[in-house]
Ligand binder design. Structure first.
Ligand code: GLV
Ligand code: MN
Ligand code: MN
Length: 413
């Protein structure tokens, strides 16, 4: 059991510093993957990796690694810690950054404490976890785990028409290493919960045992533009109305289902987008999630059937494009137990839980035993500037990560 603790001031001040990088004049924090602002965040993270004396590596999809390769164990499979530093639009400062900076903090603490690990320890910041600019989300870790070909991923065209590969080159993060070049012995991701469960139950630590399935689709509705004043309601092929029906259907179905299914329409664009013109075309996204794969399939099928019904009733047509599809993931039972034990030894309350959000851990779980540690999110708020975790919970989570690393890296502590 570890008697050492992380340097909480260093961790918290880095979190605040990174949280100001990419904040515009309007006060909004935006570090979309491979953007100019994300480059500034990456540069700062790299400077901290170098300051800690770690070996820096960047792979072809732009994942950044800080590697501590102590003499005598450099050939062993590394223990990997990580998350992401890209953000959503108008983000909070904790999502992803907390896990990355805690990983770095744990390694620095161990180096300073003279810890002798049995294997290298690596901190990773994976590219484009959020998937806001380029779909799918968790892209860097997905490529790293071999779930998506790197050249296909680099050719992805973003919401702004850019190509990910061009943008990574432009910001200087088109690395040389092949994704997957370090096969982890195990992977641990520390993250804020981003939901209300821990706070509501007054529990300090979540030992995450599974993560729900995610289905992302982009739906395009085609109707006819026509005059808003002269076209009788019965003669309209209104793409906007059809889209509204689908939004309502998803919400009502999820609400009435008595299951954990969640459904979100987060983007919608109207054409021609004029007050006095019936919309001819609407594009919107659908984010469906459920911890049960069969139920997620059922939800997708129900949506398909409803689109066919609306097409018939409203005289519109639908085109559906899949943006991401990930099955639910079960994390490594032994690591989940280690997390529970470590929490008990630090005197923290702990519960097992399911992650509602997507995380890089769900991709790395394809190639290495993986699990996650959660700390509470006040009000369950995330993907929002009001995202907040109290400092003492952040420090407790990072110390938990430290203890689990000590156990998994098997050193003489
Ligand atoms: C990642 O933040 C997700 O959409 O769950
Ligand atoms: Mn995240
Ligand atoms: Mn996120």
């Amino acid at each position: 059991m570890s008697k050492i603790s992380i340097d909480s001031l260093r961790l918290l001040s880095r979190l605040s510093e990174l949280g100001e990088i990419g904040r515009g004049g309007d006060g909004r924090l935006v570090r979309l993957a491979a953007s100019d602002t994300e480059k500034l965040g990456r540069d700062t993270f790299v400077s901290w990796i170098e300051q800690a004396g770690l070996e820096l590596a960047v792979d072809r999809i732009g994942n950044i690694f800080g590697i501590w390769r102590p003499e005598g164990v450099s050939d062993e499979a590394p223990l990997m810690l990580g998350s992401h530093i890209d953000t959503v639009i108008d983000a909070g400062i904790y999502d992803g950054c907390y896990g990355v900076l805690s990983g770095l903090e744990v390694i620095e603490t161990l180096i300073e404490a003279g810890f002798k690990p049995s294997r290298p320890i690596v901190v990773a910041a994976f590219t484009n976890e959020e998937g806001v600019r380029y779909a799918p989300d968790m892209m860097g870790s997905l490529v790293y785990a071999g779930g998506l070909d790197v050249d296909t991923a680099l050719a992805t065209v973003g919401t702004d028409g850019t190509r990910l590969g061009d943008e990574l080159r432009r910001i200087g993060f088109d690395g040389e290493h092949e994704p997957g070049f370090l096969r982890p012995y195990a992977y641990i991701e520390l993250h804020i919960e981003q939901g209300p469960v821990l706070e509501r139950e007054g529990i300090q630590i979540g030992a995450v045992e599974n993560l729900q399935g995610i289905s992302w689709q982009r739906v395009t509705v085609s109707g006819d533009a026509n005059h808003a004043g002269t076209t009788p309601i019965s003669m309209r092929r209104d793409a906007g109305y059809a889209a509204a029906l689908v939004v309502t259907f998803l919400r009502e179905r999820a609400r009435n289902s008595n299951t954990p299914t969640v459904a979100t329409v987060g983007c919608m664009n109207f054409e021609p987008n004029a007050i006095n013109v019936i919309p001819s075309r609407v594009t919107f996204t659908v984010d469906l999630r459920d911890p049960d794969e069969d139920r997620l399939k059922e939800e997708e099928a129900a949506l398909d059937a409803y689109l066919a019904q609306v097409a018939k009733d409203e005289g519109v047509s639908f085109n559906v494009e899949r943006l991401a599809r990930f099955q639910p993931v079960t994390f490594d039972a032994n690591i989940v137990e280690l997390i529970e034990g470590a929490a008990a030894r630090r005197g923290h309350t702990v519960r097992r839980m399911t992650s509602g959000a997507g995380h890089d851990a769900q991709m790395i779980a394809r190639i290495a035993p993986s699990a996650m540690i959660f700390v509470p999110s006040l009000g369950g708020i995330s993907h929002n500037p009001r995202e907040k975790t109290p400092d003492e919970d952040l420090v407790a989570g990072a110390n938990m990560l430290l203890d689990v690393v000590c156990q998994l890296a098997g050193g003489d502590n």
